[in-house]
Unconditional design. Structure first.
Lengths: 201, 251
């Protein structure tokens, strides 16, 4: 493209390999907080996580039961639609492969819902195959409330609004229902490498 | 949650700088003329894209600080130490220069005149920008809903839009403006002189029993503090809408 802004040179940040930073993103060392409302304060005692299958059947874990499940260490790059990317973030969490085991995950859609009312949607196949977790720790510590604690969804291959904070459950469905930001013009899928920020991108 | 954004494609538009307003030592308002702009609601933001001669690009998001007015779009930018884009916008950009932008973006942190009920706006630093679009819209429309702005700045000289806010508060029925200065204040200053806390919010914010919609915008720590106090004071969490500027200082 021939468009140029006079006088702009920019600061090419060479501290990150180009193939790690999606188009339009910049690398930050901080961990910015972005939420649409107040941070819900959910104790581990009241926390529970539910999975609802297509037929309405449910499975549910208390915090103690959830923490008995096998946790993995996860080191991933994360990309926020507000343009920042953070490389090599270190989490611990339970794979969705564990939480959805035995269910038909070959097709359909998932809606994640959170304490506080937030929702987001994504294809079920984006939750399985070692691509998504319910994370309970960040950087060696219990996940802080402003970052989604007690636990959040972690789907690092999509823009970070898909990684629902304060997650309390996932509903599987044959129907794709737009979540909170998806209803306000953000992209339905949100692949950072295809720069799918907004509807129509 | 009425008013969900229309699902349409947001294309990059060429925006020409038509005015620059030096608001404070570190804050500047940039007014663009944007052919093809489709309009926006107070509280929405734009993505700005700068392209260097060698093709290098940088993108950032900025809140729009004035209500819809044809194809004019204005943003208010605070220069961030060590920032990549904001120092260029605040120090180097000239009238006649062109950048690219697209929007409007965001449909939740918005307000427009005629919506039911009182509105409490709470801004910290440059976080006042999207709230100013709401204040200006309310003042221009002359509608009846009460609106109160609580605005925290470091010092008197850091208050953006001071003269206009004072004039609006004086001239408009039902719009109140309260300042908080957190670091320094002039002799004789009779406003608050500390960081926002429960005492201030319970004294001047529209109380929970009037069920105001509350918009809070500012740095993360400010927003976390204010939103927590509001919930503890009895405001319904789903009536509190927040916009946070991360610790990176951008956007």
């Amino acid at each position: 493209m021939s468009f140029v802004t006079r006088g702009f040179r920019g600061r090419r940040r060479q501290d990150a390999p180009v193939d790690r930073v999606p188009p339009g993103q910049y690398v930050t060392a901080d961990f910015p907080v972005l939420s649409a409302g107040p941070t819900p304060r959910i104790s581990q005692e009241e926390w529970a996580f539910n999975v609802t299958d297509r037929d309405g059947s449910e499975r549910s874990w208390t915090w103690a039961e959830f923490m008995e499940l096998p946790s993995e260490s996860i080191t991933v790059d994360i990309h926020c639609v507000t343009k920042w990317s953070k490389l090599e973030t270190v989490w611990r969490g339970v794979s969705l492969d564990v939480l959805l085991s035995g269910l038909d995950t070959s097709s359909g859609y998932a809606q994640a819902y959170s304490y506080g009312g937030y929702t987001t949607n994504l294809p079920v196949v984006d939750l399985t195959g070692g691509k998504a977790w319910i994370a309970h720790s960040y950087d060696g510590r219990p996940l802080a409330p402003e970052h989604g604690g007690p636990a959040r969804l972690l789907v690092p291959h999509l823009y970070f609004w898909k990684s629902a904070k304060w997650v309390r459950g996932i509903v599987l469905s044959d129907e794709d229902r737009p979540g909170f930001w998806e209803s306000y013009g953000y992209h339905n899928y949100g692949d950072p490498w295809r720069e799918q920020r907004y509807s129509g991108d | 949650m009425a008013g969900a954004a229309v699902q349409r494609r947001l294309t990059w538009l060429v925006a020409e700088v038509v005015d620059l307003i030096e608001e404070t030592a570190t804050v500047r308002t940039v007014v663009f003329e944007v052919p093809g702009w489709a309009g926006h609601l107070p509280g929405q933001h734009v993505d700005v894209r700068l392209t260097a001669e060698d093709g290098y690009r940088a993108q950032r998001s900025y809140s729009i600080s004035a209500p819809e007015e044809g194809t004019r779009v204005e943003i208010t930018v605070e220069r961030v130490e060590d920032g990549e884009v904001s120092p260029f916008l605040v120090e180097d950009l000239l009238v006649g220069d062109r950048i690219e932008l697209r929007g409007p973006i965001g449909g939740y942190f918005v307000w427009e005149p005629g919506r039911d009920g009182p509105v409490q706006l709470i801004g910290g630093g440059a976080g006042v920008a999207p709230l100013m679009a709401m204040v200006r819209a309310r003042a221009a429309a002359g509608t009846a809903e009460p609106m109160a702005l609580l605005y925290s700045a470091r010092s008197e000289s850091d208050i953006v839009y001071r003269a206009e806010l004072d004039a609006i508060a004086k001239a408009s029925d039902g719009i109140e403006v309260t300042y908080i200065l957190t670091r320094s204040w002039p002799p004789g200053w009779d406003g608050f002189t500390k960081r926002v806390d429960r005492e201030i919010l319970e004294e001047v914010a529209i109380p929970p029993h009037l069920d105001p919609t509350v918009f809070v915008c500012g740095p993360t720590g400010f927003v976390e503090t204010v939103a927590s106090i509001l919930v503890d004071s009895g405001h319904r969490p789903d009536r509190i809408r927040t916009e946070r500027f991360g610790p990176t200082g951008e956007p």
